[in-house]
Design a protein around this ligand. Structure first.
Ligand SMILES: Cc1ncc(COP(=O)(O)O)c(C=O)c1O
Length: 384
């Protein structure tokens, strides 16, 4: 008889009124009026160089050929340059997600311990649990640790089998980022204890400062790179993993997509990196301004606050615990108003009911609709 394997719970909670999560996402996708604040995606790019490069690739019908299996050299070089990382190898993948899975697969054995944080991006924990029997989700929902897994917390939670530590920088969902000193300290701990740091830099370009741990512990780091957020290319499913030549060689032996990553996505990604100077400031400034507008609205409402303001990413989490409102209920209420935001339960096992996560790399007009609707939602649902 078929017996399903059990892994760390991921985020696939089915919202009320839907049979499956797939039905839910299809409903969202088909609703053209939906304001998309639920996936930290970026809706601010216009018909720019990225768009033109992909149209060109389509016109030339490049898609009739297979791409080189590990990615185009031009794209690989551009990503390494963007990260300011020398002397490491890189593999292009179908999104950071693919790379996260491969990273866990290549390093972990059942006896190993993996350290992540809660709140965090739970699919990573789920992937880790497919290869290792012990996942420690360190609670970080408090000011004392700066809402992030710190080197001190890592030392307190490590055991002799710890092999992987996940650093999401800035963190989804709280937007906390690491300082240079913290990054150096993580590097020292990793080298001294033969640990791999998985540095997920998906949101790095929204932050004021960013430091690659790969520059301090090159043999102990796997960097995870995504084109889904700052580049606005989530639906194109493209990302990368960067690590030592030894690790990437081992990953090449276990990849699933042996025939390479989508050729149109790669042409868009090359154009995205080449044109980054043209659009980066516009996107970052719009996003930061949107965050300020939301903050001003939140400050007017009793009993709620933004956790870790300002966020260094394109999302914030709003603490609603004192209102007595259930975060799933709040997300459902907003969905009825065509606003897609995320219950905290999507990114936390222990604190999920305390907060709602909203992303704001969307046009200001849409943020203004959220600003009108959110206070009404709180008044209507408030229990305390
Ligand atoms: C921390 C983190 N890593 C990776 C991903 C997924 O990236 P991709 O779309 O490149 O697979 C997300 C998506 O939200 C994320 O928040």
């Amino acid at each position: 008889m078929f017996k399903e394997k059990k892994y760390v719970r991921d985020a696939k909670k089915i919202p009320k009124g839907f049979d499956t999560t797939n039905h839910f996402f299809e409903y969202l996708f088909n609703n053209k009026d939906m304001i998309w604040m639920g996936q930290n995606t970026n809706h601010l790019h216009k018909e720019d160089d990225i768009h033109s490069a992909m149209v060109e690739s389509l016109k030339e019908r490049q898609y009739s050929k297979y791409p080189p299996s590990e990615g185009f050299s031009e794209l690989k070089d551009l990503i390494l340059k963007d990260l300011n990382i020398d002397n490491q190898d890189i593999l292009i993948s179908s999104g950071g997600t693919d790379s996260l899975y491969l990273a866990m697969n290549v390093i972990l054995q059942p006896k190993h311990t993996v350290i992540t944080c809660d709140p965090g991006y739970l699919i990573i924990d789920n992937f880790a649990s497919r290869f290792s029997n012990k996942i420690i989700q360190v609670p970080i929902y408090n000011k004392e640790c700066g809402y992030k897994l710190t080197p001190k917390l890592l030392k307190e939670n490590m055991d002799e089998n710890t092999k992987v530590v996940v650093l999401i920088d800035p963190l989804n969902p709280l937007g906390s980022a690491y300082t240079k000193e913290e990054i150096k300290e993580f590097a020292e701990i990793a080298i001294a204890n033969d640990i791999y740091l998985i540095h997920d830099v998906t949101y790095k370009d929204f932050a004021h400062e960013h430091y690659s741990v790969a520059n301090y512990a090159p043999n102990n780091t796997i960097t995870i790179y995504s084109f889904s957020k700052i580049f606005g290319m989530a639906g194109l499913r493209i990302g990368a993993m960067i690590s030592s030549f030894e690790i990437i060689a081992a990953v090449k032996a276990i990849i699933i997509n042996d025939l390479g990553t989508n050729i149109i996505s790669q042409s868009g990604a090359i154009a995205a990196l080449k044109s980054k100077d043209k659009w980066l400031d516009i996107i970052v400034n719009t996003t930061r301004n949107n965050q300020k507008l939301i903050k001003a609205m939140i400050d007017e409402i009793d009993d709620i606050f933004i956790i870790n303001y300002p966020s260094e990413a394109n999302m914030i989490s709003i603490d609603i615990e004192k209102t007595g409102i259930d975060s799933d209920e709040l997300a459902e209420y907003l969905l009825d108003k065509n606003i897609f935001a995320r219950s905290g339960n999507y990114t936390s096992k222990h604190f999920g009911n305390k907060y709602l996560r909203v992303s704001f790399s969307i046009p200001e007009e849409e943020v203004k609709i959220f600003i009108q609707e959110f206070p009404k939602a709180i008044s209507k649902l408030r229990k305390q």
